[in-house]
Design a protein around this ligand. Sequence first.
Ligand code: FAD
Length: 564
Amino acid sequence: MHQPTTEPRRSIYYDYQVHQPWLASKNPAQPRHSVVIAGGGPVGMTAALELARHGVPCVLLESELQVSEGSRAIVFTRRSMEILQQVGVAERVTQHGLPWRFGNSFYRGQRVFRMEAPQDDNDRFWPMINLQQQYLEEYLVDACEAHPLIDLRWGNRVTGLAQHADHAVVEVDTPEGLYKLETEWLVASDGARSGIRTLLDLTLEGASYEGRFVIADIRIDLPLPTERLAFFDPEWNPRNTVLMHREPLNIWRVDYQLPEGETPEQALEPESLKARIDAQLELIGHGGKPWEMDWCSVYSARTLTLPDYRAGRTLFIGDAAHLLPIFGVRGANTGFQDAQALAWRLGLICSGQASESLLASYSTERVGAAWEIIDEAGKSTRFMTPPSRGFRLLRDAVLSLSLTEAFVRPLYHWRTSRPHEYTHSALNSAGDDNALFRAGPAHGAPPANVRLGADDFLLDHLGGGFDLLVFGSVVPADVQATVKDWKAKGLKLRVLLIGQGAQATGADVCLPDTEGRARARWGVKTDGAAYLLRPDQHVCARWMTLDAHRLNAALKQATTGVAA
Ligand SMILES: Cc1cc2nc3c(=O)[nH]c(=O)nc-3n(C[C@H](O)[C@H](O)[C@H](O)COP(=O)(O)OP(=O)(O)OC[C@H]3O[C@@H](n4cnc5c(N)ncnc54)[C@H](O)[C@@H]3O)c2cc1C
């Protein structure tokens, strides 16, 4: 019998709330569900909220009775914020998080590189925002619990799975014993050690790195801005790397690499932790300041993915699907994109508007994203923790040369997580004008935001289904008729007319573009140009001039993966 702990986890700044377990005996008999999600971490909860946005009810099974232990993911990217905006929690993250855009790298005591993440007045969110994962999870829990389509069951652990042609049967263990759930689809978001992966005998592909890091959160009052700090080869930790990040509530993340051969047990000895954190504080000129430990752990980087995110009726997202290094903040940030990419497809399938073959593109797109990230993250990881003498020589040469030579700075592998562009997706229209555009988001790219007013942005107006952005002052009559046909078939499709403040026939939303910002960011030169965005906001077609025939073809392709 599953007995999740009922003791609140320990933290010096976060009050853990222990929720009541969901018990089958107190609830009516179980029908067959459309979707069951196993794992209520940040990615599983985002998937539940996204599904709900597409009108799909789900059961969300969470093994524990409280949110995750320790701060874990503390850096969320702009694209994550745009996704979180759609599920209604971005505002709370903005209120409590610490936004930032600069990073500093030090080598043997000297600053050798200052990273500046681009920030455009047209973006609502900063490139990065720091917030402890527990808070983000709490906001997601509140949103899930408030949503009538989400049945969040605390203390429910998936322990068995039988897959059939058109459904799966999930065995769930609870504090009062086992029960079974039938579902058309099972979404596995049960984290890095995914039991569902094991139940299905699936193997991750990729590499694991040897370098180990202590991850420690301390409370200390440091008068420093929110900027990433990286120290290569510091005196107190020769040949190794140390990172520091500010978190809300005077909490600082200190990550330091361990000398070769040191075990996690040795590294987590209180005296060892104290001596090293004191040495790091000394290094930054704040030695002797009082500090308190909140949470610490030992971490080593892995770059692993499943080769296919669909196994029968089970679909994998988040850490259950891939394990990505935390350098470059790739774990949770990548998982949100999985959740978003999967949910709209399941929405179409569950409402009968698409066949399950649409899921093939989910797997291809997101496995492709994972491999791209693995490639980039592998470079950052090898830079942080050189795996051989050759890599170390190269890394140290870059560091010392960058004191004086600008040309080596691009060799810094400090790229942080960015959204994958589905350039070659089967859902991209085969007959549009993508190749004719000279600017703007291309096939498969996420959308470019545009400031429309003091607190008004283009992305605030998107969401919930396909969006057709038409630039100009009219929606052509044949396009209106095609949109009407698709809407009549039940497809969620909205027309946004950009450049026209007042109402216009055939437009669901009319947005002014008096300064021409939208045209500039979307690479539009003439009236009549248009973009079609999928429900995850990625571009699947764009036209210099739109007509009904090509719109129809693009919508068919985006909902089937087959060129019309
Ligand atoms: C030290 C550290 C620092 C990190 N820093 C960053 C960062 O700065 N940025 C970033 O993007 N990522 C970071 N990450 C990674 C990030 O924490 C993970 O990528 C993220 O939590 C993945 O979310 P998830 O929902 O997929 O999995 P998890 O957060 O692991 O959630 C899985 C959930 O499933 C539940 N569960 C497990 N098994 C079952 C079961 N059988 N039945 C039901 N429920 C189950 C678990 O209780 C858990 O709640 C960090 C990770 C660590 C460890």
